[in-house]
Design a protein around this ligand. Structure first.
Ligand code: NAD
Ligand code: UDP
Ligand code: UDP
Length: 343
């Protein structure tokens, strides 16, 4: 036990990261739902460092306390264990509504809950925004385009979604979340922002969330076969998490109220991506084709002209730089897991 306590003590940071001083006029109270998750926790870091008051509401389905533990105890930070399917009565200026499982195996695990989170949960956040007059940003997704027939995807494209397929709980859930946002904007004058987020990766991604980036990196590090689902000719475009956080903050600050794609337009086939990870990690893993998944979108690449024009935003981090940071994070996590097992 003494040994375990020592390890725990080491993990508790001695000092909070440096935050900016803001006077009360420019300091905002900001709610981040899903703030203990991958994207949310990076957004928490950025807003805390900028000197804002940050409240995280999370049910820890896919998020972890560890992602935000370095802020626990800070006077500007509050962590609420809360499921957003239930109402939440607090006073805030801005809401970043990110709560929802994001990786296909996670959102398919309990499809009914995924739908409730994205519909009832979103109604609650819009109701909260309406009551307190807060601005609300909804984290939507490139999945609203489904298996797209238009390439690259501009925001004007209505999408191609199977309403009863295995991905529908998420795709349709997010589509309703968007519909709700504009209904509340029109009817109740709620100030909404909608970010259509494309595939994002970086440190604090869930190790075994089954997404392609985490799967390939873990497989390469463990010297296991890299699993390509289907022929591997399907494409994705990957953005590093710090670019997304820049985009979310720029969108919240802007006056632009229609949906905005946030993603990196550099496109790779999954096959190419597997070779890149293999080369980067530098271990002799083999590449193995396994069965394709149902309704897998075949091509995905954002048209980001809108974000460039209205937010002055475009991604900055080259894929290799982001991947290096992510590989490093996964290496550390693997070491930590082995260490914890031994003790
Ligand atoms: P994540 O799974 O790491 O984070 C989601 C967070 O929401 C977790 O902390 C989870 O515990 C929490 N959550 C889930 N259901 C909840 C509920 N009912 N009540 C309260 N909290 C709940 O995923 P992420 O990658 O950080 O994604 C964040 C948001 O961005 C999601 O809305 C997702 O749909 C969207 N998004 C992400 C990507 C991506 O590539 N990462 C792409 C498109 C959209
Ligand atoms: N809501 C909430 N926090 C608030 C205000 C509302 O969680 O501060 C929830 C509440 O559960 C409500 C939902 O948001 O059912 C929608 O609110 P709205 O005012 O639009 O609807 P109503 O209360 O009239 O059903
Ligand atoms: N994929 C793969 N091997 C894996 C995991 C995913 O080939 O181990 C493929 C998957 O079929 C899809 C792409 O990689 O074509 C991206 O999958 P992911 O689950 O990361 O996210 P999606 O973009 O489908 O939501």
């Amino acid at each position: 036990l003494a040994k375990k306590m020592k390890v725990l003590e080491k993990r508790i940071p001695q000092r909070y990261p440096d935050v900016k001083y803001l006077n009360y006029r420019s300091r905002k109270r900001i709610l981040i739902t899903g703030g203990a998750g991958f994207v949310g926790s990076h957004l928490v870091d950025r807003l805390m460092m900028a000197g804002h008051e940050v409240i995280v509401a999370d049910n820890f389905f896919t998020g972890r306390k560890q992602n935000v533990e370095h802020w626990i105890g800070h006077e500007n930070f509050e962590l609420i264990h809360h499921d957003i399917v239930n109402p939440l009565y607090i006073e805030v200026d801005e809401i970043y509504h990110l709560a929802s499982p994001a990786s296909p195996p996670h959102y398919m695990y309990n499809p009914v809950k995924t739908i409730k989170t994205n519909t009832v949960g979103t109604i609650n956040m819009l109701g909260l925004a309406k009551r307190v007059g807060a601005k609300v940003l909804i984290a939507s997704t490139s999945e609203v385009y489904g298996d797209p027939e238009v390439h690259p995807q501009p925001e004007s494209y209505w999408g191609h979604v199977n309403p009863i397929g295995p991905r529908a709980c998420y795709d349709e859930g997010k589509r309703v979340a968007e519909t709700l946002s504009y209904a509340y904007a029109k009817q109740e004058k709620v100030d909404v922002r909608v970010a259509r987020i494309f595939n994002t990766f970086g440190p604090r991604m869930h190790m075994d969330d089954g997404r392609v980036v985490s799967n390939f990196i873990l497989q390469a590090l463990k010297n296991e076969p890299i699993t390509i689902y289907g022929h591997g000719k399907q494409t994705r475009s990957f953005q590093y998490v710090s670019d997304l956080v820049d985009g979310l903050i720029a969108l919240m600050a802007s006056n632009y109220t229609l949906p905005v794609n946030l993603g990196n337009p550099t496109e790779y086939t999954i096959e190419e991506f597997a070779s890149m990870i293999k080369r980067l990690v530098g271990r002799p893993s083999t590449i193995k084709q396994v069965a394709a998944v149902e309704d897998d979108p075949q091509r995905r690449k954002p048209d980001i002209s809108r974000a460039k024009k209205y937010l002055g935003w475009e991604p900055k981090v080259p894929l290799m730089d982001g991947l290096q940071k992510t590989v490093h994070y996964f290496e550390e996590e693997l070491q930590r897991a082995t260490h914890d097992q031994r003790n």
